[in-house]
Design a protein around this ligand. Structure first.
Ligand code: HXC
Length: 257
């Protein structure tokens, strides 16, 4: 597929989507959003891909939704176009999505990161929700996902008072899995993603679905989802292979079946 606002590549079993509007700090316009989700869906269907990375460049993951595209929009236009609905497409991706963040992850950029499953951050990464400074609030899940992840008081400060987090702070508050040097940050993220991509594919999918249920349901419902995802794994060849490999003291050879 030919894209104009993103670059894509595959490294072994890792699909990489790189936001590529450096002239606008990778701000998400509607064209880029559409391409990002198209690319994610292509990788999601590709059986040679086990995990997906979304990244920007060293200076900016993404500085938010494109302010210049939104500036003249009226309430009615925003509503009619369901301007923020497209962001929900990330919820349909079943494989693990890892954000590799360097530099700014602001506004919609930060919200995109919050929608990913894991985050590798370079030492220069900075996370924030500056929407309040331009007279709006986060609209792509920021108020909800941030509050669930970092707690109410810090989320309030970030959303109401534009507090930004350094990579270290973001890790401390559970927003970041790994911090790596700026130089080679994408290679480090790929190494992390390769580990994930080497796991039993069906179990990974079931695990992602079950952990996500923790953020959507009650404990009782979440535990029911976990059971519904646990038992069917005993119908997979990979469960037999994984347990046999353990007993035979060898590495498992996953088939994704
Ligand atoms: C459009 C943007 C942009 C954005 C930066 N640019 N962010 N264009 N939308 N969100 C453009 C600038 O206008 C400029 O273009 C070029 O990128 C370089 O940016 P500078 O500001 O000159 O760079 P710098 O001084 O290094 O500052 C970097 C920055 C700053 C701190 C990231 O650009 C900034 O604060 N950006 C806006 C962040 C923000 O408010 N995000 C929230 C957006 S609302 P020119 O043409 O002048 O060179 C949002 C809502 C989401 O995300 C809700 C869901 C839809």
């Amino acid at each position: 597929m030919t894209y104009t606002t993103i670059l894509t590549e595959t490294r072994r079993r890792v699909g990489i989507v790189q936001l590529n509007r450096p002239q606008a700090m990778n701000a998400f316009n509607l064209a880029m959003l559409g391409e990002v989700f198209d690319a994610l869906e292509v990788f999601d269907k590709d059986e040679n891909v086990g995990a997906i990375i979304v990244t920007g460049n060293e200076k900016a993951f993404a500085a938010g939704a494109d302010i210049k595209e939104m500036a003249d929009q009226t309430y009615v236009q925003m509503l009619a176009n369901e301007h923020v609905k497209v962001w929900d497409r990330i919820r349909g991706i079943r494989k693990p999505v890892i954000a590799a963040v360097s530099g700014w992850a602001l506004g919609g950029g930060s919200e995109f990161v919050l929608s990913c499953d894991m985050v590798v951050a370079s030492e220069s990464a900075k996370f924030g929700q500056p929407e309040i400074t331009i007279g709006i609030i986060p609209g792509a899940g920021g108020t909800q996902r941030l509050a669930r992840l970092v707690g109410k008081h810090l989320a309030m400060e970030m959303v109401i008072n534009n507090r930004t987090l350094t990579a270290q702070e973001a890790q401390q508050f559970g927003l970041v899995n790994r911090i790596v040097p700026v130089e080679g940050y994408l290679d480090a993220a790929v190494a992390f993603a390769e580990e994930i991509a080497s796991r039993a594919p069906i179990a990974v999918r079931m695990a992602k679905d079950a952990v996500n249920a923790a953020f959507e349901t009650t404990l009782t419902e979440g535990l029911a989802v976990e059971k519904r995802n646990f038992y069917p794994l005993f119908a997979t060849e990979d469960q037999k292979e994984g347990m046999q490999a353990f007993i035979e003291k060898r590495k498992p050879n996953w088939k994704g079946k």
